[in-house]
Design a protein around this ligand. Structure first.
Ligand SMILES: [Zn+2]
Length: 382
């Protein structure tokens, strides 16, 4: 039982050692064989390569060719002529997140893959990241900064979302955010390229609506407050979900064609091998309200009921509020009737509950508490 959660936790903690320290080249420095010509653009390119190397070397990187190839193919279909310029990196981390470097290195989190319901929604997210690249948002942001000297050391990934996890992958100095108008611009590009690729543009609206609902159910008070105000406290420049949805509605109405493709069943089949592992990682954020809301929504598709029931029970078992242990038992009893339930649900369930509770202490201390404040859905702005 619980075979992967600890391993994932360890992997995330380990990657925290990654930092952005490298030797800094002095502008105009004379190199062997000729002079080094300093330009801000060259510095941004150098910084991008450096950050990309950190991402590529992360122990949280998913390298399964089947899954990586699938996301790459979809990225290619929304980026058209630019496909050759983009490189996709999948990272296993419980956060709704994605990002792109000015050099076309794209970062896709498993927490995002878990939450989207179909290929059309994933196409929107990948299209949005491509939009940042196409509009050169990362480069523009870098070049605007007052001091371009040593720029290579500050080039990073604009990610909205789980800052501490992204930092664990690429180093804190590599994190930055786009402006509100750049986010909306990327949304529109995403909408258009996904529609061109044949995907239902309503998927973007559905995706943000789902995320808002999950955030409203969060165990994290700050996330709930943000959801109520539909305003991000940490990234004030980011569009609120409500503003985002309104803008997407307007843009959807203007599209010349509105295709209806979603490929929902195929999408679920693609991520199925990872479900247990990814949901267990979500439990490690201790945002049980969010996990329970997510499981309940996914149950609506009528598939994966054994895994979803196992996770539902585990969320109750770990939350430990009055009545939760009975709810956990009931969820597991129901789950084990389904053929996809983990085999250990056929064993002693009381023992399972004890083992699980011993593995994940109820109370958080110090660093863990800080991490919880930034749990999976606390900020959902790729
Ligand atoms: Zn964005």
């Amino acid at each position: 039982m619980f075979r992967t959660a600890t391993a994932i936790f360890a992997a995330i903690a380990l990657t925290g050692c990654a930092t952005a320290n490298t030797s800094q080249r002095v502008p105009g420095e004379v190199l062997e064989g000729g002079s080094y010509e300093y330009t801000p653009e060259a510095e941004v390119a150098r910084g991008s390569r450096k950050t990309e190397r950190q991402i590529a070397g992360s122990s949280a990187r998913i390298t399964d060719p089947a899954l990586v190839g699938y996301v790459e193919e979809l990225t290619a279909s929304v980026s058209g002529d630019f496909a050759d310029e983009l490189r996709v990196y999948l990272i296993e981390a419980p956060a709704f997140n994605a990002g792109i470097l000015p050099n076309g290195a794209m970062l896709v989190y498993s927490g995002m893959l878990l939450r989207v319901d179909n290929e059309a929604e994933l196409a929107q997210v990948l299209g949005h990241e491509f939009g940042h690249y196409y509009e050169k948002h990362g480069l523009k942001r870098q070049l605007r900064s007052a001091n371009t000297e040593g720029l290579a050391n500050t080039v990073g990934l604009a990610v909205g979302g789980l800052g501490h996890l992204a930092a664990a992958v690429v180093g804190k100095s590599a994190l930055q955010s786009y402006s509100r108008s750049q986010e909306l611009e990327a949304d529109i590009v995403g909408l258009e390229v996904a529609a061109d690729a044949g995907y239902d543009p309503n998927a973007a609206i559905q995706l943000w609506t789902n995320l808002q609902a999950e955030q409203a159910a969060s165990s994290n008070e700050k996330a709930r407050e943000r959801s109520a105000k539909t305003k991000s406290a940490r990234y004030d420049t980011h569009p609120t979900s409500t503003a985002r949805i309104a803008a997407l509605r307007k843009a959807t109405a203007k599209l010349p064609t509105r295709p209806t493709g979603t490929n929902a069943a195929e999408y679920r089949q693609r991520i199925r091998p990872y479900l247990t592992r990814w949901y267990e990682a979500e439990l490690m954020t201790r945002d049980y309200g969010s996990v329970l809301a997510l499981v309940e929504r996914k149950r609506g598709f009528g598939e994966d009921l054994g895994v979803l029931g196992y996770i539902e029970g585990a969320a109750y078992a770990l939350r430990r509020e009055p009545g939760d242990e009975a709810l956990a038992m009931a969820a597991w009893e129901a789950a084990k009737q389904h053929s996809d339930a983990p085999a250990f649900l056929q064993g002693d369930l009381a023992e399972l509950m004890k083992t699980m509770q011993a593995a994940v202490p109820k109370d958080l201390k110090g660093k863990d508490r800080k991490a919880k404040d930034k749990s999976a859905t606390s900020n959902t702005t790729p």
